[in-house]
Design a protein around this ligand. Sequence first.
Ligand code: 5RP
Length: 232
Amino acid sequence: MTKTDFPPIIAAKKAAGKAAAELIEDGMLVGLGTGSTASFFIEALGLRCQSGLKISAVATSQQSMRQAQKLGIPIQNSDSITFLDLTVDGADEIDHHKNMIKGGGGALLREKLLATGSREMIVIIDETKLVDQLGVFPVPVEIATFAYRSTLARLEEKGYQGVLRLNRDTSLFITDNGNYIVDIQFNKPILDPASEHERLKVLPGVLETGLFFNIAGRVVIGYEDEFVKIQT
Ligand code: 5RP
């Protein structure tokens, strides 16, 4: 396939995913992210495993787990792991301080668990994910299904404009953990992601937020011309 066969943004995501797969070493326990960029990473990692790379992996979603299994990447049960060497995952927005919004694919809870349980989280993005300040992409928040209307009311009381995430067929989106996602639109830049996270996290019913801070290590940025930059 030539690089003109798919849209430039896809070429950028693929370049980032492939470059990150080159950073994986024999013997590592690797967290597999979720989303289109992560899927390119898993594809490239699968090829490396087929050529003899010896690793094991834990996935942040059923979707990523299925893809990895099909490619022959050895998958470990999440119950059996404590720390991981690396987690490689995408982002919806990332600022200059490596604060991120994640959860566009609805896997934020597992993504945060594996990323914070890893010696390093490598973020893989196309260039459009780089922002000066977070806040244009809605912040995904995972909430319990039990009494969810009361959680929604509590969020509204605190001034948040949240929308329950739906599937294409308008049924409610349910995460791999059996919860709902509320996408919260901040109509202003998120200047202090840690405090915004804390304000949300204390509300009963809120299980996790898609605000990630002090987590990202290297950032692998793919560009439309397939150039890749690794920020340390
Ligand atoms: C999934 C995520 C993804 O990493 C994020 O949405 C970026 O996805 P993509 O690589 O498809 O742009 O957080 O929950």
